[in-house]
Design a protein around this ligand. Sequence first.
Ligand code: MRU
Length: 348
Amino acid sequence: MFVENIHLTGDDSAVEILDQTLLPGEKRLIRCTALEDMYEAIASLRVRGAPAIGIFAGYALYVLARHIRAADGEGFLAVLREHAACLEASRPTAVNLRHGLRRMLATAEQNISLSRDALLSRLRQEAVAIQEEDAAMNLEISRLGLRLLKPGDGILTHCNAGPLATSRYGTALGPILLGQEQGYGFHVYADETRPLLQGARLTAYELREAGVDVTLICDSMAASVMSQGRIQAVLVGCDRIAANGDTANKIGTCGAAVLAKHYGIPFYVLGPSTTVDMSTATGKDIVIEERDGREIAERYFVRPQAPAGVKTYNPAFDVTPAELITAIITERGVFRYPYGDAFERTFL
Ligand code: MRU
Protein backbone atom coordinates (compact mmCIF):
# COMPACT_ATOMS: atom_id res chain seq x y z
CA MET A 1 0.00 0.00 0.00
CA PHE A 2 2.86 2.43 0.71
CA VAL A 3 5.16 3.75 -1.98
CA GLU A 4 8.82 3.58 -1.05
CA ASN A 5 9.55 7.15 -1.99
CA ILE A 6 13.08 7.63 -0.60
CA HIS A 7 15.82 5.03 -0.27
CA LEU A 8 19.52 4.36 -0.74
CA THR A 9 20.68 2.54 -3.85
CA GLY A 10 22.04 -0.98 -3.22
CA ASP A 11 25.66 0.23 -3.18
CA ASP A 12 24.90 3.34 -1.06
CA SER A 13 26.26 5.60 -3.80
CA ALA A 14 23.05 7.61 -4.23
CA VAL A 15 19.67 8.46 -2.73
CA GLU A 16 16.88 7.32 -4.99
CA ILE A 17 13.56 9.16 -4.95
CA LEU A 18 10.26 8.95 -6.75
CA ASP A 19 10.12 12.21 -8.70
CA GLN A 20 6.96 13.83 -7.30
CA THR A 21 6.87 16.52 -10.00
CA LEU A 22 5.95 13.85 -12.58
CA LEU A 23 3.13 12.21 -10.63
CA PRO A 24 0.51 10.99 -11.24
CA GLY A 25 1.30 10.63 -14.96
CA GLU A 26 4.70 9.04 -14.61
CA LYS A 27 6.38 7.05 -11.84
CA ARG A 28 10.07 7.73 -12.36
CA LEU A 29 12.83 7.03 -9.86
CA ILE A 30 15.75 9.42 -9.98
CA ARG A 31 19.18 9.08 -8.37
CA CYS A 32 20.87 11.90 -6.52
CA THR A 33 24.61 11.45 -6.04
CA ALA A 34 26.04 14.96 -6.01
CA LEU A 35 25.24 17.91 -3.75
CA GLU A 36 23.87 19.87 -6.73
CA ASP A 37 21.39 17.09 -7.62
CA MET A 38 20.26 16.90 -4.01
CA TYR A 39 19.78 20.66 -3.70
CA GLU A 40 17.87 20.71 -6.97
CA ALA A 41 15.67 17.75 -5.96
CA ILE A 42 14.52 19.57 -2.82
CA ALA A 43 14.24 23.07 -4.31
CA SER A 44 12.22 21.91 -7.31
CA LEU A 45 9.97 19.69 -5.15
CA ARG A 46 11.00 16.38 -6.73
CA VAL A 47 11.10 15.35 -3.09
CA ARG A 48 8.70 17.39 -0.97
CA GLY A 49 6.62 17.42 2.18
CA ALA A 50 8.26 18.50 5.43
CA PRO A 51 9.10 15.06 6.90
CA ALA A 52 10.18 13.68 3.51
CA ILE A 53 12.76 16.38 2.98
CA GLY A 54 14.12 15.72 6.48
CA ILE A 55 14.44 12.01 5.64
CA PHE A 56 15.99 12.79 2.26
CA ALA A 57 18.48 15.15 3.91
CA GLY A 58 19.62 12.38 6.26
CA TYR A 59 20.39 9.98 3.41
CA ALA A 60 21.85 12.80 1.29
CA LEU A 61 24.34 13.76 3.97
CA TYR A 62 25.35 10.12 4.42
CA VAL A 63 25.96 9.70 0.67
CA LEU A 64 27.94 12.94 0.56
CA ALA A 65 29.96 11.91 3.64
CA ARG A 66 31.15 8.81 1.78
CA HIS A 67 32.84 11.05 -0.79
CA ILE A 68 34.63 13.31 1.66
CA ARG A 69 38.42 12.91 1.60
CA ALA A 70 39.87 14.95 4.46
CA ALA A 71 43.19 14.84 6.27
CA ASP A 72 41.56 14.58 9.69
CA GLY A 73 38.29 14.59 11.59
CA GLU A 74 38.03 18.38 11.77
CA GLY A 75 38.52 18.59 8.01
CA PHE A 76 35.80 15.97 7.49
CA LEU A 77 33.37 17.83 9.74
CA ALA A 78 34.09 21.15 8.04
CA VAL A 79 33.13 19.75 4.63
CA LEU A 80 30.07 17.95 6.04
CA ARG A 81 28.90 21.20 7.68
CA GLU A 82 29.25 23.03 4.35
CA HIS A 83 27.13 20.40 2.60
CA ALA A 84 24.50 20.61 5.34
CA ALA A 85 24.39 24.42 5.14
CA CYS A 86 23.89 24.24 1.39
CA LEU A 87 21.02 21.73 1.67
CA GLU A 88 19.41 23.68 4.52
CA ALA A 89 19.20 26.72 2.27
CA SER A 90 17.20 24.80 -0.36
CA ARG A 91 13.84 25.33 1.43
CA PRO A 92 13.52 27.65 4.41
CA THR A 93 10.09 26.96 5.92
CA ALA A 94 9.90 23.24 6.77
CA VAL A 95 11.86 22.79 9.98
CA ASN A 96 12.21 19.03 9.46
CA LEU A 97 14.94 19.68 6.89
CA ARG A 98 17.05 21.48 9.47
CA HIS A 99 16.18 18.84 12.06
CA GLY A 100 17.40 15.96 9.84
CA LEU A 101 20.60 17.77 8.87
CA ARG A 102 21.46 18.78 12.43
CA ARG A 103 20.85 15.26 13.67
CA MET A 104 23.30 13.90 11.08
CA LEU A 105 25.89 16.55 11.96
CA ALA A 106 25.56 15.76 15.68
CA THR A 107 26.08 12.05 14.91
CA ALA A 108 29.23 12.86 12.94
CA GLU A 109 30.56 15.10 15.71
CA GLN A 110 29.92 12.48 18.41
CA ASN A 111 31.61 9.71 16.43
CA ILE A 112 34.41 11.61 14.75
CA SER A 113 37.14 9.70 16.61
CA LEU A 114 35.98 6.36 15.13
CA SER A 115 37.54 4.81 12.04
CA ARG A 116 36.21 6.12 8.73
CA ASP A 117 34.19 2.94 8.12
CA ALA A 118 32.71 2.97 11.61
CA LEU A 119 31.80 6.65 11.31
CA LEU A 120 30.09 6.11 7.96
CA SER A 121 28.24 3.13 9.36
CA ARG A 122 26.94 5.30 12.26
CA LEU A 123 25.79 7.96 9.80
CA ARG A 124 23.97 5.36 7.75
CA GLN A 125 22.23 4.02 10.87
CA GLU A 126 21.17 7.53 11.84
CA ALA A 127 19.67 8.24 8.41
CA VAL A 128 17.72 4.98 8.53
CA ALA A 129 16.58 5.82 12.08
CA ILE A 130 15.22 9.21 10.94
CA GLN A 131 13.07 7.44 8.35
CA GLU A 132 11.94 4.62 10.64
CA GLU A 133 11.09 6.99 13.48
CA ASP A 134 9.04 9.10 11.09
CA ALA A 135 7.06 6.01 10.05
CA ALA A 136 6.41 5.16 13.72
CA MET A 137 5.36 8.76 14.53
CA ASN A 138 2.97 8.76 11.58
CA LEU A 139 1.30 5.57 12.73
CA GLU A 140 0.71 7.03 16.19
CA ILE A 141 -0.55 10.33 14.70
CA SER A 142 -2.91 8.30 12.50
CA ARG A 143 -4.27 6.39 15.49
CA LEU A 144 -4.79 9.55 17.55
CA GLY A 145 -6.32 11.39 14.61
CA LEU A 146 -8.72 8.57 13.79
CA ARG A 147 -10.20 8.83 17.29
CA LEU A 148 -11.39 12.34 16.42
CA LEU A 149 -13.38 11.14 13.39
CA LYS A 150 -16.58 9.17 12.85
CA PRO A 151 -17.39 6.60 10.19
CA GLY A 152 -18.82 8.25 7.09
CA ASP A 153 -17.36 11.70 7.89
CA GLY A 154 -16.69 14.15 5.10
CA ILE A 155 -13.12 15.43 5.36
CA LEU A 156 -11.44 18.34 3.61
CA THR A 157 -7.69 18.29 3.15
CA HIS A 158 -5.27 20.76 1.56
CA CYS A 159 -1.96 20.08 -0.21
CA ASN A 160 -0.46 16.64 0.34
CA ALA A 161 0.48 15.22 3.72
CA GLY A 162 0.35 11.54 2.80
CA PRO A 163 2.90 8.75 2.37
CA LEU A 164 4.71 10.62 -0.42
CA ALA A 165 5.38 13.52 1.93
CA THR A 166 6.59 11.32 4.80
CA SER A 167 7.35 7.72 5.50
CA ARG A 168 4.39 5.31 5.31
CA TYR A 169 0.97 6.57 6.56
CA GLY A 170 1.58 10.29 6.31
CA THR A 171 0.21 12.83 8.75
CA ALA A 172 -3.05 14.48 7.60
CA LEU A 173 -3.81 11.50 5.36
CA GLY A 174 -2.79 9.02 8.07
CA PRO A 175 -6.15 8.80 9.88
CA ILE A 176 -7.91 8.58 6.52
CA LEU A 177 -5.71 5.69 5.33
CA LEU A 178 -5.92 3.92 8.67
CA GLY A 179 -9.70 4.49 8.70
CA GLN A 180 -9.91 3.05 5.21
CA GLU A 181 -8.26 -0.16 6.47
CA GLN A 182 -10.89 -0.30 9.21
CA GLY A 183 -13.92 0.38 7.00
CA TYR A 184 -14.66 3.97 8.10
CA GLY A 185 -15.97 4.95 4.67
CA PHE A 186 -14.77 8.56 4.71
CA HIS A 187 -15.67 10.98 1.91
CA VAL A 188 -12.61 13.10 1.27
CA TYR A 189 -12.57 16.42 -0.57
CA ALA A 190 -9.08 17.29 -1.79
CA ASP A 191 -8.31 20.94 -2.53
CA GLU A 192 -6.32 20.98 -5.77
CA THR A 193 -3.81 23.33 -4.04
CA ARG A 194 -2.72 26.01 -6.47
CA PRO A 195 -0.22 26.72 -7.85
CA LEU A 196 1.66 23.40 -7.76
CA LEU A 197 -1.39 21.14 -7.51
CA GLN A 198 -0.14 18.83 -4.77
CA GLY A 199 -3.78 18.10 -3.89
CA ALA A 200 -4.77 17.15 -7.43
CA ARG A 201 -1.59 15.38 -8.43
CA LEU A 202 -0.59 13.68 -5.19
CA THR A 203 -3.41 13.56 -2.62
CA ALA A 204 -6.09 12.53 -5.12
CA TYR A 205 -3.64 9.96 -6.50
CA GLU A 206 -2.68 8.48 -3.12
CA LEU A 207 -6.25 8.29 -1.87
CA ARG A 208 -7.53 6.71 -5.06
CA GLU A 209 -4.74 4.13 -4.97
CA ALA A 210 -5.84 3.30 -1.41
CA GLY A 211 -9.48 2.97 -2.49
CA VAL A 212 -10.67 6.03 -0.52
CA ASP A 213 -13.69 7.93 -1.85
CA VAL A 214 -12.00 11.17 -2.92
CA THR A 215 -13.46 14.16 -4.73
CA LEU A 216 -11.19 16.80 -6.20
CA ILE A 217 -12.23 20.45 -5.85
CA CYS A 218 -10.63 23.78 -6.72
CA ASP A 219 -9.37 25.64 -3.65
CA SER A 220 -12.04 28.28 -4.24
CA MET A 221 -14.82 25.70 -3.80
CA ALA A 222 -14.06 24.85 -0.18
CA ALA A 223 -16.51 27.39 1.27
CA SER A 224 -19.30 26.13 -0.92
CA VAL A 225 -18.64 22.48 -0.03
CA MET A 226 -18.51 23.36 3.69
CA SER A 227 -21.73 25.38 3.50
CA GLN A 228 -23.49 22.35 2.02
CA GLY A 229 -22.71 20.34 5.18
CA ARG A 230 -20.41 17.94 3.38
CA ILE A 231 -17.42 18.47 5.67
CA GLN A 232 -17.23 17.29 9.30
CA ALA A 233 -13.49 17.86 9.77
CA VAL A 234 -10.54 19.52 8.07
CA LEU A 235 -7.20 17.68 8.30
CA VAL A 236 -3.96 19.35 7.20
CA GLY A 237 -0.24 18.78 7.63
CA CYS A 238 2.35 21.31 8.76
CA ASP A 239 5.81 22.57 7.89
CA ARG A 240 6.60 24.34 11.16
CA ILE A 241 4.69 24.73 14.40
CA ALA A 242 5.84 27.71 16.45
CA ALA A 243 6.05 27.60 20.26
CA ASN A 244 2.68 29.38 20.56
CA GLY A 245 0.93 26.92 18.21
CA ASP A 246 0.85 29.15 15.12
CA THR A 247 1.42 26.80 12.20
CA ALA A 248 2.94 27.21 8.75
CA ASN A 249 1.59 24.96 6.02
CA LYS A 250 0.95 25.16 2.28
CA ILE A 251 -0.44 28.45 1.04
CA GLY A 252 -4.23 28.33 1.33
CA THR A 253 -4.27 26.46 4.63
CA CYS A 254 -5.07 29.59 6.64
CA GLY A 255 -8.01 30.31 4.34
CA ALA A 256 -9.37 26.82 4.95
CA ALA A 257 -9.03 27.40 8.72
CA VAL A 258 -10.95 30.70 8.53
CA LEU A 259 -13.72 28.99 6.59
CA ALA A 260 -13.83 26.07 9.02
CA LYS A 261 -14.22 28.50 11.93
CA HIS A 262 -17.07 30.24 10.12
CA TYR A 263 -18.91 27.00 9.46
CA GLY A 264 -18.17 25.51 12.92
CA ILE A 265 -16.08 22.65 11.54
CA PRO A 266 -13.13 21.30 13.57
CA PHE A 267 -9.78 22.15 12.00
CA TYR A 268 -6.99 19.71 12.84
CA VAL A 269 -3.26 20.08 12.18
CA LEU A 270 -1.33 16.81 12.18
CA GLY A 271 2.45 16.50 12.29
CA PRO A 272 5.34 14.76 14.00
CA SER A 273 7.12 16.40 16.92
CA THR A 274 10.03 17.07 14.52
CA THR A 275 7.83 19.82 13.05
CA VAL A 276 7.46 21.62 16.38
CA ASP A 277 10.07 24.36 16.60
CA MET A 278 10.26 25.71 20.13
CA SER A 279 12.98 28.15 19.02
CA THR A 280 10.43 29.96 16.86
CA ALA A 281 8.22 31.97 19.20
CA THR A 282 5.24 32.75 16.95
CA GLY A 283 4.12 32.47 13.35
CA LYS A 284 5.53 35.95 12.66
CA ASP A 285 9.03 34.52 13.11
CA ILE A 286 8.57 31.77 10.51
CA VAL A 287 10.39 32.47 7.25
CA ILE A 288 7.95 31.96 4.39
CA GLU A 289 9.49 30.64 1.21
CA GLU A 290 8.73 32.77 -1.84
CA ARG A 291 8.88 30.95 -5.15
CA ASP A 292 9.16 31.84 -8.83
CA GLY A 293 6.04 33.64 -10.08
CA ARG A 294 6.00 31.53 -13.24
CA GLU A 295 4.55 28.76 -11.07
CA ILE A 296 1.36 30.86 -10.93
CA ALA A 297 1.28 32.16 -14.48
CA GLU A 298 2.64 29.24 -16.51
CA ARG A 299 3.34 26.00 -14.69
CA TYR A 300 1.00 23.11 -15.50
CA PHE A 301 -0.82 25.15 -18.16
CA VAL A 302 -0.49 24.18 -21.83
CA ARG A 303 0.19 27.87 -22.54
CA PRO A 304 0.95 30.70 -20.10
CA GLN A 305 -2.36 31.96 -18.71
CA ALA A 306 -1.39 35.45 -17.59
CA PRO A 307 -0.20 38.51 -19.49
CA ALA A 308 3.53 38.29 -20.15
CA GLY A 309 5.43 40.24 -17.53
CA VAL A 310 2.54 40.57 -15.06
CA LYS A 311 3.68 41.06 -11.47
CA THR A 312 3.25 37.97 -9.31
CA TYR A 313 3.55 37.18 -5.63
CA ASN A 314 4.04 33.50 -4.84
CA PRO A 315 4.45 32.68 -1.14
CA ALA A 316 4.59 28.89 -0.83
CA PHE A 317 3.18 28.76 2.71
CA ASP A 318 0.95 30.72 5.05
CA VAL A 319 0.61 30.78 8.81
CA THR A 320 -2.59 29.70 10.51
CA PRO A 321 -2.94 31.43 13.89
CA ALA A 322 -3.18 29.03 16.83
CA GLU A 323 -6.68 30.24 17.74
CA LEU A 324 -8.07 28.94 14.45
CA ILE A 325 -6.73 25.42 15.09
CA THR A 326 -9.04 23.12 17.05
CA ALA A 327 -6.23 20.71 17.90
CA ILE A 328 -2.67 19.86 16.93
CA ILE A 329 -2.07 16.14 16.75
CA THR A 330 1.48 14.84 17.19
CA GLU A 331 2.67 11.37 18.18
CA ARG A 332 3.04 12.78 21.70
CA GLY A 333 -0.62 13.61 22.04
CA VAL A 334 -3.51 15.82 21.02
CA PHE A 335 -3.05 19.47 21.98
CA ARG A 336 -6.17 21.60 22.16
CA TYR A 337 -6.08 25.37 22.04
CA PRO A 338 -5.34 27.20 24.34
CA TYR A 339 -2.20 25.19 25.05
CA GLY A 340 -1.10 26.72 28.36
CA ASP A 341 2.34 25.29 29.10
CA ALA A 342 1.62 21.94 27.39
CA PHE A 343 4.07 22.64 24.57
CA GLU A 344 6.89 23.56 26.97
CA ARG A 345 6.26 20.43 29.05
CA THR A 346 6.19 18.18 26.00
CA PHE A 347 8.63 19.56 23.49
CA LEU A 348 11.39 21.34 25.41
O1 MRU B 1 5.68 22.76 -0.83
P1 MRU B 1 5.36 21.39 -0.31
O2 MRU B 1 4.64 20.55 -1.29
O3 MRU B 1 6.60 20.70 0.25
O4 MRU B 1 4.39 21.67 0.91
C1 MRU B 1 4.01 20.61 1.71
C2 MRU B 1 3.01 20.93 2.74
O5 MRU B 1 2.61 22.05 2.93
C3 MRU B 1 2.58 19.78 3.60
O6 MRU B 1 1.29 19.96 4.07
C4 MRU B 1 3.53 19.67 4.80
O7 MRU B 1 4.87 19.65 4.38
C5 MRU B 1 3.26 18.49 5.62
S1 MRU B 1 3.72 16.96 4.83
C6 MRU B 1 3.39 15.75 5.94
